[in-house]
Design a protein around this ligand. Structure first.
Ligand code: HEC
Length: 121
């Protein structure tokens, strides 16, 4: 068991550069597409999220909570996305997305970097 954990670590560690994408696949892709032009699923498409209006996928029917944020002129940046993923319900009470299964600031940071399209860090 210990040996297995150690070898998993060895496999995972060099893959850090892609971990944001891998985490997104594991925790978000069941509801969200991240490819431009892909249809909305249970959740909105998240392509090009950096600078995009909150509630900004025209193909998605958002909750009143996110529609209100959009009407208030809010847009996604790194800080907002990080706060959101730390606690979606506290950021937008009444949101139609349950808490995420992401755990820990490192994983949140990796997914934020992935979605913001910046360098992985
Ligand atoms: C069970 C389905 C589901 C999962 C899993 C899920 N989401 Fe969501 N997400 C939603 C729904 C539904 C909405 C729209 C909520 C609303 O309208 O209130 C949403 C909204 C969002 C928004 C706001 C988008 C916008 O256009 O303003 C972001 C950002 C987001 N999710 C990121 C994530 C990330 C990152 C993950 C993985 C860590 C994730 N979500 C996991 C269903 C999900």
């Amino acid at each position: 068991m210990i040996r297995l954990a150690a070898s998993l670590w060895l496999v995972a560690a060099p893959a850090f550069a892609t971990s944001g994408a891998a985490l997104f696949e594991a925790h978000c892709a069941s509801c969200h597409a991240a490819a431009r032009g892909a249809p909305a699923g249970a959740g909105p498409n998240l392509a090009g999220l950096s600078g995009r209006a909150v509630g900004g996928d025209p193909a998605f029917d958002y909750s009143p909570a996110l529609q209100a944020a959009r009407a208030a002129g809010e847009a996604w940046d790194e800080g907002r996305l990080r706060r959101f993923l730390d606690d979606p319900e506290a950021t937008y009470p009444g949101l139609w997305m349950g808490g995420t299964s992401l755990r820990g600031t490192a994983d949140v940071a990796a997914v934020v970097a992935y979605l913001m399209g910046g360098s992985e860090r």
